[in-house]
Each structure stands twice: as structure tokens, then as C-alpha cells.
Design a protein around this ligand. Sequence first.
Ligand code: AMP
Length: 404
Amino acid sequence: MDTILVVNAGSSSVKFQIFAIEGEGRLRRQIKGQMDGIGRRPRLRASAANGDPLADRAYPIEAVSDIPAAMAVAGGWLRDELRISPIAVGHRVVHGGPDYDRPVAIDHGVVSRLERLIALAPLHQPHNLAPIRSLLANFPALPQVACFDTAFHRTHGAVADHYAIPHRLHAEGVRRYGFHGLSYEYIAKTLPQIAPDVGKGRVIVAHLGSGASMCALKGGRSVESTMGFTALDGLPMGTRPGQIDPGVVLYLISEKGMSASNVQNFLYRDCGLKGLSGISNDMRELEASDDPHAALAIEYFVYRIGLNAGMLAAALQGVDAFVFTAGIGENSAGIRRHIGEQLAWLGVTLDPVENSRHAQLISRSDSLIPVYVVPTDEELMIAQHTLSLLLNGPSLNPARERAA
Ligand code: AMP
């Protein structure tokens, strides 16, 4: 059976999934896996779609010292042991810049354009591009597709896309891009099946995972996001602060003598729930803790979600539904309950029983706004985009393109 490989590469891990292409372009998830600890303690773990373990093995550090090596080991395992040779690969790429408003078939020209965006996402873009380059070099005829976290938000109007800074900076790419676009796109596609009228309306989606943001959807299109130029802005996250006065950054540089890269590490790794609680970036640990700092971190998280909901409600000029998704949004009834209380002014009333059993609709029938829990599936979105470009797009084969 033909399959599609989905790749999500980070600094020290490569996550992958295999989807089987069934009749009429339907996709069925077959395998989930990841190679983590790259360059430290490499380990390949994979399971079947039903959770049955398929692999859990450690490798010597010199065997998996970088992302291309991790791709080679994982690809070799799929090919040699499971007899799976994907017919195309879809990649999660954090930044598509101002121009890519949809997934794109990858060739050498696309890679060069995406390399120019590294300055906009230095912590993610190089890792996302590494497996693309190594597959292009080793399997030049294998079709590859780049799916961007920014693309879904390119429908924002000019005002939402700008900062109040001189125009030349906007022209060179300093814009409010927004991220988690593949997650929001999946929710926008799924909502009409759950509640057809809601899908056409004004919806606030809260993607609350280790990264967290919120998106305002109007008629299934993104009109505003809490994230901006980078994935640092907006809501507090596991280790990122969310919205912060740029004056704090100036203070760290001028008074604390921190370099740009120190500040970058601090903002990406030491702040958010972890920084505020001093305990953990994991919401489960904070909820289980009786330390007052953990309680403060949770309260701050919930409070900022409430503030940002107000902002997005203003952008939408009203709200017809609210959706929770991602790790915290899908799994923590306690955080959803707190956020529900924070949204009471919008007429939100949660049903405690439905909320505690993680039902799809968790608001009471007399709630002015229905509240849903919709598990996100960014990998399925990437597989669907890859298949659709394979079936309908221009030639997906860079080798063929060059030969033509
Ligand atoms: P994600 O980035 O979407 O995979 O979400 C990961 C985060 O979700 C973890 O770091 C946890 O903080 C959070 N999470 C996962 N399960 C739960 C749970 N049952 N209760 C609270 N938080 C959870």
C-alpha cells in the first residue's frame, strides 16, 4: 500500500508518522515514531496507530550525531524492517515568510527561499530544513512538500499584519505572522463536521500545549492571532513568557549585561510556567503541586487567556463559539474550568460533568456560547496537504522538473 511520511524535525528530535493512502484519497495513520536525544542519547521509539510498541532502541552517540543521521536511521528502520517506502514526504516548516500562504512542493529553489527565512526563526527553521536537504540529496526523485505554521494566517488584513514601526521593516519581513497554523487549519476544517453553523461563524480557538496561542476564525479563516513575529508573543507558555514589554528585554541587555543569544535562550527556555512557578513547565506538575508559586503560574496562564479572549472577541466583533485544543486544552478539565470562569462575562457556562469527561461539547445548553474540545492533528493536516499536492499539484518531483 502507498504511504506518506510526515516529518517534524526539532533541535534534538525528529518526530515522524506514516499514513497509508486508502481509496478515494483517505488517509489512515499507521505508525508514530520519533528519534530523540540526537547528539546526546539517541533513541528510536515507535508504535503502531493502536499504541502497540514497534521499536524502542538506543544508538551510540556517533551513530546519530545530527538530524540527517537520525533521518537515515529512522528511514532505514522503516524500509528494511517494516518494508515501508513512502511515495512522498510532508514536512512541518515553521516559517513560510510573507509569501507562502499554502504548502509548496519542494525543489532546490524553494529550499533556498526557505533558507533566507532562517533569520526569522533561527531556533526552528534550520532544523526543519535539515531533513529536507538530506532527502533531496539522497532521494532526489522523492516528492517532498513543505507545510508552514505561518501559512494559515496569511489571510490576516493589513492592520493585523503590522507593528507600529517604520514601513521598511515590514517590507523586509518584520510582521505579525502568527503560528500553530496547521493546528488551526485542522480545527477550521473539522468544526463544520461537528457544528455546521459554528464553522461559518466567529470562533476563538485556544491551542494550549507546551507552546500556546489563540486564533480568531471568521468563516473558517484566520483573522487574528495572539502570536506575532515569533512564537514568543501572546500567551504564557511552558518556557516562553508570552507578551512582555520590550523594555524588559532592553533592561536585561543594558542592566544585566546579557547578550542577544543569552536573552534568546532566556526567553525561549527559562520563562513562562517554568520561570513563574520555579517548579516545572508541565501543567500536570503544576496542577498537582501545592506550592503557591505553582498556583500563581496557573492563575497567570488562565488570566492571560481571558485577556486575549477579550482581544480576539474585539477583532471578531463578537464570538459564536470557543474551542480548546492541544495538550492542556484537550486533557486538563481543571484548566478548562478556570478558563470557563474567566469567560463568564461572554456568557460562557461549562457543564462540569461533560467537562470532566472531556466531551466534545463541554458547555451547558444555556451557555450563550458553545464551548468545544477538539483534539488537533497537525500531522494529518500535513499528510493531507502532501497527498493533495501529489494528486493535484504541479510536478512534485524535483528530478523530473529539472529533466523536463
Ligand atoms: P502539546 O505541546 O500539545 O503536546 O502539549 C504538551 C503539554 O500539555 C505538556 O507539557 C503538559 O503541560 C500538557 N498536558 C498534557 N496532558 C495534560 C493533562 N492531563 N493535564 C494537564 N496538562 C497536560
